[in-house]
Ligand binder design. Structure first.
Ligand code: V47
Length: 370
C-alpha cells in the first residue's frame, strides 16, 4: 500500500527515512497536505525512534511577577497599563509564598515570567531569584524570556553578558521559550511592533546557551500568520540550534483570541491545524529533542491526541494562581491545573508511558533512586 495519496508526502517520507534534512519547500508541503493521518504517522515514527513510548511531564507552577507591560502586543490579553485597577506587581514575600505552596505540592520547577515594567530596578529580578533560591534551593527557577532579558539590557544599560551572568549568579537555572511569537516580518511588527526582533531574540538565546544554560523556544500560531511565516520560524530556530545547541524543547502555542486586539481577525487554530503544527515541528526541527503539546492552550483532549502526532511532552501540572485562567487559555472555563494522577492518566490512556521529569529532562524516579 502507498504511504500516502499525497505524492509530496510520499517523497518527504523517503527523505525522513534516509535521515535527510527537510527543506523550506518540504515544510510548506507538509502544512499543505490533506493527508493528516499520514503526516501524523510520519511524525510519530520520528518521535518513537527518539523517545519510544515515553511521554514526559513535570510538576511545576507559573509565577507571573507583574502584568504591567509597555509592549502592547496585539495577541496578549494578559498585560495592563500601570493605571488600570487590576495592574499588579508581586513583592518578594508574595513570590516566596507561591513558591512555598508549589514546593508543598511537589513542584520541581517555578516558571517565572512577567511584563516589561519600567518601574522595577534591576535588583528586583536578582533579589527575586536569590530570595527564592535561598528559601528553596532545590526548586529549579526557569525564569525570564529573551524579551525580558533584552528589556533588562536596554533599560538598565547593561551588556547582555552582564545581565545573563548576574541573573545566573542570583539563581536563574534556565529560560522559558516565550516571546518568539512569529519571527518573520511584516507579521512580527503587525502583532508585536514594540517587542524584541527576531535576530535579537535568537542572538540572546545563543548567548544564554554560551553561558551554559538551556532554554526553550515557542511559536504563536493561528492568528494572522501565513504558512510561510511558520516554516520560516521553524527553520530559523533549527539554524540557531545548529550553532549553539541549547534549546531543549519547542512549544507551539495555539492562539487564544478572547480578550485580545486580534479577536476580530481570528478564531484561533482548528484542531487539525494544531495537530499539523505539532507534526511539522517534529519533522522540521530534527535537532530539537523535545516537542511539547502545551495542554493549557490545546485543551487536555487535543493535547492527548497530539502525543500521536510527534509530541513527547505535556508540560506540567502548572497551577498558576489564577492569572492564566483569567487571561489566555482554552482551558479558561476550567481550572488551569492538573494533578499528577490526572496528567499520568491522560498520557497512559493515549497509550504512552508517563515519566515525571525535572526541567532538564532527568527522570525524577531515577534521580530520587540515585
Ligand atoms: O510569548 C500570549 C503566548 C507566551 C496569547 O518554555 C498567547 O516551557 C495564546 O512562552 N493565546 C508565553 N498564546 C507562554 C510561554 C510558555 C508556555 C508554556 C511553557 C513554556 C516553556 C513557555 O504565551 C507568549 C505568547 O507567545 N501568548 N498571548 C494568546 N492570547
Amino acid at each position: 500500500m502507498k504511504f500516502s495519496h499525497d505524492p509530496n508526502l510520499t517523497s518527504i517520507a523517503e527523505k525522513v527515512e534516509q535521515g535527510e534534512r527537510l527543506s523550506f519547500a518540504d515544510g510548506l508541503a507538509l502544512f499543505e497536505t490533506d493527508d493528516l493521518t499520514a503526516l501524523g504517522k510520519l511524525a510519530d515514527g520520528v518521535r518513537r525512534e527518539r523517545h519510544g513510548r515515553t511521554t514526559y511531564y513535570n510538576v511545576n507552577r507559573h509565577f507571573n511577577y507583574t502584568n504591567i507591560c509597555y509592549a502592547d502586543c496585539k495577541f496578549c490579553g494578559f498585560y495592563r497599563t500601570p493605571r488600570q485597577p487590576d495592574a499588579y506587581t508581586h513583592n518578594i514575600d508574595e513570590a516566596l509564598k507561591i513558591a512555598g505552596e508549589a514546593v508543598g505540592e511537589g513542584a520541581t520547577e517555578l516558571h517565572i515570567v512577567g511584563g516589561l515594567n519600567t518601574k522595577l530596578p534591576f535588583a528586583y529580578y536578582t533579589n527575586l531569584l536569590s530570595g527564592l533560591k535561598r528559601a528553596y534551593p532545590r526548586l529549579h527557577l526557569k525564569a525570564f524570556t529573551m524579551v525580558e532579558l533584552d528589556h533588562m539590557a536596554h533599560f538598565y544599560k547593561m551588556s547582555d553578558e552582564d545581565v545573563i551572568s548576574q541573573l545566573i549568579a542570583a539563581g536563574m537555572d534556565s529560560c522559558p521559550g516565550g516571546g518568539a511569537e512569529i519571527f518573520r516580518e511584516p507579521t512580527r511588527s503587525a502583532i508585536c511592533a514594540h517587542k524584541t526582533d527576531a535576530d535579537r531574540w535568537l542572538a540572546l538565546a545563543g548567548k544564554v546557551h554560551h553561558a551554559g544554560l538551556k532554554t526553550n523556544a515557542t511559536m504563536l500560531y493561528g492568528h494572522i500568520e501565513s504558512v510561510e511565516d511558520r516554516v520560516d520560524h521553524l527553520i530559523r530556530l533549527r539554524e540557531q540550534q545548529d550553532q549553539t545547541g541549547g534549546f531543549q524543547c519547542f512549544i507551539p502555542l495555539a492562539f487564544y483570541p478572547e480578550n485580545t486586539k486580534l479577536a476580530h481577525l481570528s478564531a484561533g487554530p482548528t484542531g487539525v491545524d494544531s495537530l499539523k503544527t505539532i507534526a511539522v515541528s517534529r519533522l522540521l526541527l530534527d535537532n530539537f529533542p523535545h516537542i511539547k503539546a502545551y495542554w493549557v492552550m490545546l485543551g487536555k483532549r487535543l493535547a492527548q491526541v497530539a502525543l500521536h502526532y510527534g509530541a513527547n511532552d505535556l508540560d506540567g501540572t502548572i497551577t498558576d494562581g489564577g492569572e492564566l485562567t483569567e487571561s489566555y487559555s482554552v482551558e479558561s472555563h476550567n481550572e488551569v491545573k492538573m494533578n499528577k494522577g490526572e496528567i499520568k492518566t491522560l498520557i497512559e490512556d493515549a497509550g504512552f508511558a508517563a515519566v515525571e521529569r525535572d526541567t532538564l529532562y532527568h527522570p525524577i524516579a531515577e534521580l530520587s533512586a540515585a
